[in-house]
Structures are given as structure tokens and as C-alpha cells.
Design a protein around this ligand. Structure first.
Ligand SMILES: Nc1nc2c(ncn2[C@@H]2O[C@H](COP(=O)(O)OP(=O)(O)OP(=O)(O)O)[C@@H](O)[C@H]2O)c(=O)[nH]1
Ligand SMILES: [Mg+2]
Length: 364
């Protein structure tokens, strides 16, 4: 068959099947685009490794999941404070414009205005003209110096028997959960612990503490709902002395400051505790929810006026980008940060360690 006969046959087929012709007309450009895409993509691929390239890594089976480390738990705060530095400065050197951007970043990282400005001033003084690495180094050192000031000097003294811990904080800050975790730590260190359900305000408060007591293996002394929290504190210490407990931890209601004058209420509890066990409370822990950011600073102001707070507990650091408030708290109050809360389970309460904390923040 010659070329003209082929063409004739094709024309006859096309006349008999017009819809197939339409289909072909639509398909040809699509195939062309597809081919062009594939060749373009092939061209943009990196060149094949040369014969001297190292052999590919052996793909190992996934390791068993490890409990999340401090770095994982502080991820959001780390991103807000340090992670954004890279995109903010890039390859720029520290000049007035870069400092302005840095100021916005620091103010947005919940450090508190005073602390943010002080850190900015340190960068201006020590890293002007420097690059990203220099700014990171200067900030890291300045933050570490601040947090070192609130690193507890030694583990909480337990020479007094019972060692009495009073726990304060606003509603929902994590007091009861912290008490449960803390009790677990004392129990696993071989101490006999008694808990006092001093939150007589909220109906579910006592059962919540009792659940922790059962879980951890320690007794809970409870009062009546709406009763006097100082009376519960009194009963708890009486029982602690009578039973030879090593540690007594007393919960309080989070609504204290709105229900009755905070000063009077806390002063009364502390007075009763001190009368029953001389020198008690040996520790007064203020629990602050890191999620509340700058509000944690005003809470600390209020509570430190009302009670002799000896240590802070910063909770919920695992789910917030506002953990930078710890630096502001350190700057403003200088009260030791005794513990940090990194989750809801029993082993999620850690001793605060400034160096470890800063390493985690700076992803090291
Ligand atoms: N993610 C996370 N959640 C926490 C942490 N600490 C406490 N929580 C949760 O915060 C919520 C409130 O905790 P509570 O211990 O009941 O707080 P509280 O201060 O006793 O509250 P009130 O008794 O109402 O004043 C609970 O759901 C806890 O599980 C923490 O470190 N991380
Ligand atoms: Mg509670």
C-alpha cells in the first residue's frame, strides 16, 4: 500500500468515526504536555551520584518510641524565641533595622517588656555588626545568666519531719496535678507522704486529690466542702505528726483571690501550719501556668504580696509557645523555679535545671 492509499483509508476511517477523531484531537496535546513535564522534571533532577559518592545509609528499623525529651516538650517555646531568629536575620548583619525586627520577636516571645528590652540592649551592645550565630550566642548567654539566678541551690530540704509544702496558684494552674506528681516523687524516694485537700471550695477538688492519692499510694486528709481550708491544713499536720509522715503537701483553692481576701486566707493557713509544726511551711510553691504568658507575671506579683513564696512551678510548658515567660519571671522576682511541668502524666514533673533548659530552648 502506498502513501496515498494509506491517506485515503485514514480519511475514510475518520469519516466513519468522527467521535474518535475528536477524542484523538483532545488527547494529543495532553500527551505532549505530559511528555514535556516528564522531560523538564528529569532535567531539573540533581545529577546522578558519581561513582565516588559514599554508599547510601542503611535504613534501620524504627527504634522503639522514647519518652519525649525536654527539647520536644519545649518545641513551641523554642520556635517562638529561637527558631524564628534564622528566618528573621538570615544572612543579615546586626544593624538598626535588624535590631528593630529582633525587638518585635523578643516582645512577641512573652518574655515581658522589661526583659525583652534588656536582652535587646545586650544584643545591641555585644553583637552589633555580628551575624545570626553571634546573636544566638549572645542571647543564649544572657538568658542562661538570668535562669541560673533562679536555679534552686539544692534539693528541697527534708530534715524537718514532716516537711510541709503549701501549694498556691490561681484556678486551673495545675496545683493538684503538681501535688500528685510531687507526691509520686517523694514516695518513690521512700518517703511517707500525706496530702491535705485544702481546696474546700470546688466540689470535685477533694475527689481529684484522692484519685492522685490512690494512684501514688498516699493518704489524703479531707475536710467538708465549703469548710475552712485552714482547718484542713491543721488536720493534715496533726495526722502527719501522729503517723510519722515525712512530707505533708497541702492543696489550696485556686479561687482564693476572688472569693475572699487572699492575704487573710493565706496568712491564716500559714499561721495555723506554723503553729502546728514549727518552721512550717518549709516550702510555699506558687504554681503558674506557662500558657498564661504575661498574666503569670501579674499572678506572681499578687501571690508574692500575699505569701512568702519560696519556689515557683511553671506548668504546661509542653503545650505552649509562651514558655519564654520563665525568663521574665526570673528577671522580675528572682524566686527559684523549683519544678517545671511538661505534661499530664505522673512523671512529667522535672527539677528545673537552667543549663538543660537553655540547651533545649536553643536546640542543642
Ligand atoms: N499539658 C499539661 N497539662 C497539665 C500540666 N499540669 C497540669 N495540667 C492539666 O491542667 C489541668 C488543670 O490542672 P489542675 O491540677 O486541676 O489545676 P488546679 O490548679 O488544681 O485547678 P483548681 O483546683 O481548679 O484551682 C488538668 O487538666 C491537668 O491535667 C502540665 O504540665 N502539662
Ligand atoms: Mg486543684
Amino acid at each position: 500500500m502506498d502513501a496515498s492509499s494509506w491517506l485515503g483509508a485514514l480519511a475514510a476511517w475518520a469519516a466513519a468515526h468522527p467521535s474518535m477523531l475528536l477524542l484523538l484531537a483532545a488527547a494529543v496535546p495532553a500527551v505532549c504536555i505530559l511528555l514535556a513535564g516528564i522531560t523538564g522534571r528529569l532535567r531539573s533532577l540533581p545529577p546522578a551520584p558519581e561513582a565516588t559518592a559514599p554508599p547510601p545509609e542503611v535504613v534501620a528499623p524504627a527504634a522503639a518510641p522514647r519518652p519525649a525529651g525536654l527539647r520536644d516538650r519545649l518545641r513551641l517555646t523554642s520556635e517562638a524565641l529561637v527558631g524564628r531568629l534564622g528566618s528573621l536575620l538570615g544572612a543579615r548583619r546586626v544593624d538598626p533595622a535588624a535590631l528593630e525586627d529582633l525587638e518585635a520577636l523578643l516582645l512577641g516571645a512573652d518574655l515581658g517588656v522589661r526583659t525583652a528590652e534588656a536582652l535587646l540592649e545586650t544584643v545591641r551592645r555585644e553583637a552589633s555588626g555580628g551575624d545570626l550565630a553571634e546573636v544566638r550566642r549572645v542571647l543564649r548567654e544572657a538568658i542562661l545568666a538570668r535562669l541560673r539566678r533562679v536555679q534552686p541551690q539544692a534539693a528541697s530540704a527534708t530534715s524537718a519531719k514532716p516537711h510541709v509544702v503549701l501549694v498556691l496558684g490561681v484556678n486551673g494552674s495545675g496545683k493538684t496535678t503538681t501535688i500528685g506528681k510531687l507526691a509520686a516523687r517523694y514516695v518513690s524516694a521512700g518517703r511517707r507522704v500525706l496530702l491535705g485537700a485544702g481546696d474546700t471550695f470546688r466540689a470535685a477538688a477533694t475527689p481529684q486529690l484522692q484519685v492522685w492519692g490512690e494512684r501514688v499510694g498516699c493518704e489524703v486528709i479531707a475536710g467538708t466542702q465549703g469548710g475552712d481550708p485552714a482547718a484542713v491544713a491543721f488536720d493534715t499536720l496533726k495526722a502527719a505528726v501522729a503517723r510519722g509522715a515525712d512530707v505533708a503537701i497541702i492543696d489550696t483553692a485556686g479561687r482564693l483571690q476572688t472569693q475572699r481576701p487572699l492575704m487573710e486566707e493565706l496568712a491564716k493557713i500559714a499561721r495555723v501550719i506554723g503553729r502546728e509544726v514549727p518552721g512550717a511551711p518549709h516550702e510555699t510553691l506558687l504554681v503558674l501556668d506557662a500558657n498564661t504568658g504575661q498574666n503569670a507575671i501579674s499572678q506572681a506579683k499578687l501571690f508574692t504580696q500575699a505569701a512568702r513564696v519560696t519556689g515557683l512551678v511553671l506548668t504546661k510548658l509542653d503545650g505552649t509557645a509562651k514558655g519564654g515567660v520563665i525568663v521574665g519571671l526570673a528577671d522580675e522576682f528572682g524566686i527559684p523555679v523549683r519544678y517545671v511541668g511538661l505534661g499530664e502524666s505522673v512523671d512529667d514533673l522535672r527539677d528545673f535545671d537552667a543549663a538543660e533548659f537553655v540547651d533545649a530552648l536553643f536546640g542543642e
